[in-house]
Design a protein around this ligand. Structure first.
Ligand code: NAD
Ligand code: DAU
Length: 339
């Protein structure tokens, strides 16, 4: 597994994965394919930009000629597909780009991989394909797929394509499904970086509905370690769930963030609930532990403190990302402009 084609490597998880690979495998070679949407940022990889083991190719995973060109220029051992439209709220505003990248893009990668006889294909998927839990229970790999949002419906469609290629063509595909990631370089449309960056500016924190919804938080590096384990030791055709065993209500998390930042609870605003808002996600990680020898390692309180410190130390990154089109999105989503 020496040469990896990583798609979406300029986003949050992809950039953390590339850095982690370069740190942990001296011989690895990475081709990073990213079209640089609003969420893709070359700055996320500035610490490794001079590393000769990593090459960037700007392009769209939906462009078959482009992907064929990349695959014919270098012999690739495996593809790891992170590229996606990833934000639920944006999929509610407009599902078009989600259908295109998350479904058509996956189909293009699958066909191009088959043609190039790539040995391994890993689809980075999400626990959101399972839908919503009540206050009890956990998602296993056997939980029926029941997506609620246009985002998760498109991720589910992609998973079904991968599964169908495995069954129909004997394709060497593996699917991983992970819970909510947090850590450095996350785009501040997602809860944790949004609330940290708003609180730092004394902007309101928009909590959807009552804030009783529960998410299971996992540090991005634990997710990256899981993807690596599945890529190397997973079985083709199989699904592996990853989670952080750190379930919190959104209100609990919001209060922790405010306390850590020394900001008042009066910044909290309960706003209209997200349409189709899944109540709870929680993951049974027994299969990944048993078959991949994987376990989440980062303790949530430690990981959250390090993440807050990262945002405090990288205010220039935050400011740049929160300028321009982000401000228009914010106004459309939250009904007022950022100060
Ligand atoms: P992100 O939005 O931060 O990054 C997505 C990246 O994909 C960006 O760099 C973007 O430019 C690129 N991209 C988008 N469309 C593309 C296209 N057509 N061609 C090439 N590149 C394209 O997303 P993320 O949070 O890093 O998520 C990465 C993957 O992990 C996604 O597939 C997502 O569904 C999955 N996932 C995310 C989480 C999470 O909590 N963030 C949890 C589980 C699974
Ligand atoms: O579970 C994995 C998924 O986690 C990934 O597949 C997605 O790509 C990723 O975006 C994330 O989805 P969520 O919708 O759970 O994450 P988000 O950060 O958008 O929201 C987390 C919770 O916080 C959710 O219950 C909605 C709530 N929320 C979110 C925002 C942006 C608010 O209350 N207010 C907000 O402004």
């Amino acid at each position: 597994m020496k040469t990896l084609l990583v798609t979406g490597g300029c986003g949050f998880i992809g950039s953390n994965f590339i850095r982690w690979q370069l740190e942990n495998y001296p011989d690895v070679e990475i081709i990073n394919v990213d079209v640089l949407t609003y969420a893709g940022n070359l700055e996320n990889l500035s610490s490794v930009e001079d590393d000769p083991r990593c090459r960037f190719e700007k392009g769209d995973i939906c462009d078959r000629a482009f992907i064929d060109g990349v695959l014919s220029s270098t012999s690739v051992d495996a593809i790891v597909n992170f590229a996606a439209e990833s934000h639920v709220d944006r999929s509610i505003l407009d599902s078009g780009p989600f259908v295109q990248t998350n479904i058509v893009g996956t189909q293009v990668l699958l066909d191009a991989s088959r043609q190039a006889n790539v040995e391994r294909y890993l689809q980075v998927s999400t626990d959101e394909v399972y839908g919503s839990l009540g206050s009890e229970g956990f998602f296993t790999e056997e939980t029926p797929l029941d997506p609620s949002s246009p985002y998760s419906a498109c991720k589910t469609s992609a998973d079904l394509l991968v599964q169908a290629y495995c069954r129909t063509h004997g394709f060497p595909g593996i699917i991983t499904r992970c819970s909510n990631n947090y850590g450095p370089y996350q785009f501040p449309e997602k809860l944790i970086p949004l609330f940290i960056s708003n609180a730092l500016k004394d902007e309101a924190l928009p909590v959807y509905g009552t804030g009783e919804n529960v998410r299971d938080w996992i540090h991005v590096i634990d997710h990256c370690r899981g993807i690596d384990a599945a890529l190397r030791d997973g079985k083709p055709g199989e699904v592996y769930n990853f989670g952080g065993h750190a379930e919190l209500t959104n209100m609990d998390l919001t209060l922790r963030l405010l306390r850590a930042l020394g900001k008042p609870e009066t910044l909290i605003r309960h706003v209209e609930d997200r349409a189709g808002h899944d109540f709870r996600y929680a993951i049974d990680t027994a299969k990944a532990e048993r078959e991949l020898g994987w376990k989440p390692q980062v303790v949530f309180n430690t990981g959250l403190k390090e993440t807050i410190d990262w945002y405090l130390s990288n205010t220039t990154w935050v400011e740049r990302v929160r300028s321009g089109a982000y401000r228009d999105y914010y106004e459309t989503q939250y009904g007022h402009r950022l100060a």
